[in-house]
Design a protein. Structure first.
Length: 165
């Protein structure tokens, strides 16, 4: 191996180690470096808490918004994490409310466009839902508890925009 290639190889190895060490120390993820948080802790809790969106229909009943078509391209793996981050770290309820309004407008526009066949909604609620952990998530539809975090109604101008489309 030429001295030039040896120096390049050492610099590459050093950059990989330095990048990984930075991500481990700051608990961040920058591809291809990671502290692999999914595998870095043992979860001993017997209760799972997760944010979940529910739509409010005209008669006041609630519908869990879990179908991927309802809020596409937002999905159930990233949207709840983002909403939880806004709520827990910033305690910024106006931002949570704005995010809920955006989800509701997105849902209604997609419904009017025929992108999904969900019910018409007049509002949306964000709950922190808790489940006892059971094999195969047998209790998925029967959470242990629900705590209301925030709710939003469809803004009048957005409702008119959605109906006109």
């Amino acid at each position: 191996m030429t001295p030039r290639r040896r120096i390049f190889a050492h610099l590459l190895i050093f950059a990989i180690i330095l990048g990984s060490a930075y991500d481990i120390a700051t608990r961040q993820e920058h591809w291809p470096f990671s502290d692999y948080p999914m595998f870095s802790a043992i979860h001993r809790a017997t209760v799972l808490e997760w944010p979940r969106l529910f739509g409010v229909t005209a008669d006041g009943s609630e519908v869990a918004l879990v179908d991927p078509e309802y809020l596409w391209p937002l999905d159930q793996s990233r949207l709840p994490i983002g909403l939880r981050h806004i709520y827990r770290t910033a305690r910024d309820l106006p931002r949570v409310h704005a995010a809920l309004e955006d989800c509701l407008v997105r849902y209604e526009r997609r419904r009017v466009d025929g992108s999904h066949d969900g019910p018409a909604l007049r509002g949306i609620r964000l709950y922190m839902v808790a489940w006892d952990i059971q094999p195969y998530a047998r209790n998925l539809d029967q959470p242990k508890s629900r705590q209301l975090i925030a709710e939003a109604a469809l803004p009048a101008s957005s409702w008119l925009d959605a109906r006109a489309r």
